[in-house]
Design a protein around this ligand. Structure first.
Ligand code: CU
Length: 623
């Protein structure tokens, strides 16, 4: 996902080097929480493009030279001002370009059409009249003249804002608008070309993003607009959410309630937006974050500030182990969380583990202790051992950290209490917070998974190295684990392939399925019903999975997403292909109708890696 065509790369460099340094007098842009619209009682709205200093880490943090927008005489804001009004309203938008470049501003008419552009020469002012006839949320964005959305780089990345047109028939409640922005460039560091990227939500990067508070049981309605040129699989801890509408830059898809799956992760491509809702039913602290490790791990997001490895590690240990696209939310309740006793106990060890895939580096792995509580040195596995849990049964898991570094483990997708959820310094409530497990230490957490399905567990600390290094695995929650039959119930854990020496800010070029580059074949019989479970947990890559011949997909029936059963209307046969971002699981039922040799392909969409698993379907023999 970080691999860019060379042409773009050079174009970016040339464009960047031509930009003059803004004068020191550039105003500091204020973070825009997107609560207040610039639309008042009069139809006139003024938007001015200016040079500004942006502080994604708040007032004490570093200032980055960007371009931003102001409304009327106020300070510039990042993201650009929220334009929100009822459908049918007509506005006179007066645009002024004080920059020394010609700027195209796209999307102001909220038509999602390619010709929705206003071209502003340096110093030029123009007024357009717009009647907003369609409700929904829309991105508007500025770029250098002729630039496409995906080509935007450093300064222009913050010329990005939201237009929300409210349907007068459906008055808005307390919904919130979140705009993801990105400034992105290449920089020569010690003779190497490195990606420098700063991501933010409503103008701020974790841990400076706005803390959100909700009372338990209050429904939460959010609109997320991805104004970045990279996708973000957005993962909610603790609760499922539903997506009622998604848009691209060109089209909108609304999903009626009966067709909305429950998800814990929704993949949000560049320029896309979503409307989502959920019901917080468990008190404590939770996070909503991008599941690409590089976007939350202080590797690419904070590296504008913390460039060298030592300072980055110090940043990690300071308790700010995440940065970039993370929102924290606190769910309040007057009721205490009761202590509950577990009926089953597991010991899970974490240690260094070198595999052929760690490319000479040192990987990390999990191992389950045997009945004596001990673990064999050859018991460490990549991926981690599958945890077979019984629905509703409370299990205590002792995490024994034999690594030379701190770690923490997240039980991904499980609706459990906040404390065991695994986000260091965040998980927990009322002052009892989870801490990272120091090297050589252990921690026991307990929880009862309430739902049968396909889930995951993984390191939630230094994810870019610990998850790429092997600290990930699947959890199968079943009504009756004794009836689990791997011969017809196939699990494919798609994850990182060790810790190779990959330059910072780039994606690992390796991936594994069930810990291998050539997994063993799958054997099926005509007419026999199988379940295929995919757990997508590579920290750097979204993957495309297809089942069929090279030219034709087989049919399968989607049955679950992120561990939750799909609504009945979605459980119908479709061509066997699925795109999964990190943090997504999906289950499909496959009943082959014809004998033959097929392929299960798992591959990254563009450059990257590809893994092929042979699938043989045998005819049923004569009786
Ligand atoms: Cu991301």
């Amino acid at each position: 996902m970080f691999s860019l065509p060379l042409g773009l790369l050079w174009g970016q460099l040339l464009v960047s080097s031509a930009v003059p340094t803004p004068p020191r007098a550039a105003p500091v842009a204020a973070p825009n929480d997107n609560r207040t619209t610039v639309v008042g009682t009069v139809p006139a709205v003024a938007l001015t493009l200016v040079e500004a200093l942006w502080k994604p880490e708040g007032g004490q943090g570093p200032a980055l030279n960007v371009w931003a927008m102001t409304s009327s005489d106020s300070l510039p804001v990042v993201p650009s001002p929220l334009i929100r009004m009822a459908r049918g309203r007509t506005l006179q938008l007066r645009l002024t370009n004080t920059l020394r470049d010609t700027i195209d501003v796209h999307g102001l008419r909220a038509t999602r059409e390619a010709n929705d552009v206003v071209v502003l020469l340096p110093g030029e002012s123009r007024t357009i009249s717009v009647t907003y006839g369609r409700s929904g949320q829309f991105l508007y964005w500025g770029g250098r003249h002729g630039q496409s959305f995906d080509d935007r780089g450093w300064e222009e990345g913050q010329l990005t804002g939201a237009i929300v047109v409210d349907d007068p028939q459906q008055p808005r409640g307390g919904d919130r608008v979140f705009v993801v922005t990105e400034s992105f460039k290449f920089e020569e560091v010690a003779g190497r070309r490195e990606v420098v990227s700063q991501l933010a939500v409503n103008g701020l990067s974790w841990p400076h993003t706005e803390p959100l508070r909700y009372a338990m049981g209050d429904s939460v309605h959010w609109r997320w607009l991805n104004g970045a040129t990279i996708p973000h699989p957005m993962h909610l801890h603790g609760f499922y959410y539903r997506v009622s509408a998604m848009t691209t830059l060109a089209a909108e898809t609304r999903t009626p309630p009966a067709r909305q799956p429950l998800v814990v992760t929704q993949y949000l491509p560049p320029g896309n937006t979503m409307q989502m809702a959920f019901l917080p039913t468990e008190p404590g602290n939770w996070v909503f974050h991008c599941h690409f490790a590089q976007h939350v791990n202080g590797v690419s997001t904070a590296d504008t500030v913390y460039r060298d490895a030592e300072r980055r590690m110090a940043y990690t240990l300071e308790g700010r182990h995440m940065s970039g696209l993370v929102m924290g939310l606190t769910v309040t309740s007057p009721e205490p969380t009761p202590e509950r006793a577990a009926t089953r106990h597991l010991r899970l060890f974490m240690d260094k583990k070198s595999t052929p895939f760690t490319h000479g580096g040192e990987g990390v792995a999990f191992a389950l202790a045997d009945s004596t509580g001990a673990v064999a040195q050859n018991g460490f596995r990549v991926p981690a051992p599958v945890l077979l849990l019984k629905r509703g049964e409370r299990v205590a898991i002792t995490l024994v950290n034999r690594l030379p570094q701190a770690t923490s483990v997240h039980w991904h997708g499980l609706e459990i209490e906040s404390y065991p959820d695994g986000v260091p310094h965040v998980s927990g409530r009322d002052g009892k917070l989870l801490h990272p497990i120091p090297a050589g230490d252990s921690l026991t957490v307990n929880f009862a998974p309430p739902r049968s399905g396909t889930f995951m567990y993984h390191s939630h600390f230094s994810e870019a190295s610990q998850m790429n290094g092997g600290m990930y695995g699947a959890i199968l929650v079943l009504d009756d684990p004794a009836r689990y039959s791997p011969a017809t119930d196939h699990l494919f854990v798609i994850g990182g392939g060790g810790i190779p020496a990959v330059p910072l800010g780039t994606a690992s070029p390796w991936g594994l399925v069930n810990g291998r580059t050539s997994p063993p074949p799958v054997s099926m019989k005509v007419g026999e019903r199988h379940r295929f479970r995919f757990a997508s947990i590579h920290p750097d890559w979204e993957v495309r999975v297809t089942l069929g011949t090279l030219t034709q997909a087989m049919a399968w029936t989607p049955v679950a997403k992120d561990g939750a059963e799909l609504p009945a209307v979605l459980r119908t046969p479709v061509p066997a292909t699925w795109m999964g971002g990190p943090g997504e699981t999906a289950d499909f039922e496959v009943t082959p109708s014809r004998p033959g040799d097929y392929l299960l392909q798992v591959r990254t969409e563009s450059s990257g890696w590809s893994i092929v698993i042979p699938v043989t379907v045998k005819a049923v023999g004569p009786r």
